[in-house]
Design a protein around this ligand. Structure first.
Ligand code: DC
Length: 205
C-alpha cells in the first residue's frame, strides 16, 4: 500500500506520516529532507540559491549525512523552499522518491507533491492542513523545546512566506490531489489527529 501525506510547513504531516508508517508496518520517507539536503549542500559549498544550475549541482548527496541536525534548521528550511521551485532540482529527486514509494509492500511518504506527482497511484492520499497561526505557534514551541528562541510573529511571517512559495511555484506546486482526503488538525490534539489519519487511511484499504 502506498500512502501519500502532503501539506504545508508545520501542518503535522511528518508526525502523522510516521505514526501511519508504524501503524501499517511500512517504511517512511520524509521527502522534505531531500530538498533540505540540497539546500544544506548549497550553503556549505557557497553556491548561489538564485542559480538553478548551482542548486542542481547540489543534488549530489555522496558527502551528506542525513542525520545532520543542521538539516532541520529554519535557515536550511527557507533555502529548501527556494531551491524546490527549480524544475532541475525536482527532476533530480523524482526517481529516488518513486523507487522508495514503489518498493514491494509499499511505503508512506510525506511532502508537498506525493499524491499529485510522485505517486499519483497511491492508495490513500491525505492532505493535512492547519491555520497559519496554529502552525506558527506549534513551530515556535518546537523551536523553544530545541533551545532556539523565536518570536511567534517572526515564525508566522516565515510560515506565510513559505506557503506562498510552495503553493505559487510553477513546478509541482503544493495542492491537494483531486482524490485526497482532507485533514485539518487546527483543533485536534496529536493523539486525535493520529486517530483520524489512521481511520481515513483504513477507509481506503
Ligand atoms: O517539509 P519541509 O519543511 O521539510 O520541506 C522543506 C521544503 O522542501 C518545503 O518548503 C518545500 C520543499 N518540498 C517540496 O517542494 N516537495 C516535497 N515533496 C517536500 C518538500
Amino acid at each position: 500500500m502506498i500512502v501519500a501525506v502532503d501539506g504545508p510547513a508545520a501542518s503535522g504531516k511528518g508526525t502523522l506520516a510516521r505514526a501511519l508508517a508504524a501503524h501499517l508496518g511500512l517504511p517512511h520517507m520524509d521527502t522534505g529532507l531531500l530538498y533540505r539536503a540540497v539546500a544544506l549542500n548549497l550553503l556549505r559549498w557557497g553556491g548561489d540559491p538564485d542559480s538553478e544550475f548551482a542548486a542542481a549541482r547540489a543534488c549530489d548527496f555522496s558527502q551528506l549525512d542525513f542525520a545532520d541536525p543542521e538539516l532541520k534548521s529554519e535557515t536550511v528550511g527557507g533555502v529548501a523552499s527556494r531551491v524546490s521551485a527549480y524544475p532541475m532540482v525536482r527532476s533530480a529527486l523524482v526517481e529516488r522518491q518513486q523507487s522508495f514509494a514503489r518498493q514491494p509492500g509499499g511505503a508512506v511518504l510525506d511532502g508537498r507533491d506525493i499524491g499529485t506527482v510522485i505517486a499519483p497511484e497511491a492508495h490513500a492520499k491525505l492532505f493535512v492542513t492547519a491555520s497559519p497561526e496554529v502552525r506558527a505557534r506549534r513551530r515556535a514551541e518546537e523551536l523553544a523545546r530545541l533551545g532556539v528562541h523565536a518570536h511567534y510573529e517572526d515564525v508566522l511571517i516565515d510560515i506565510r512566506a513559505r506557503d506562498e512559495r510552495d503553493t505559487g511555484r510553477a513546478a509541482a506546486p503544493l495542492c491537494p490531489a483531486a482524490d485526497a482526503l482532507l485533514l485539518d488538525t487546527s483543533d485536534l490534539t496529536i493523539e486525535a489527529a493520529i486517530a483520524r489519519a489512521v481511520a481515513l487511511v483504513e477507509s481506503r484499504r
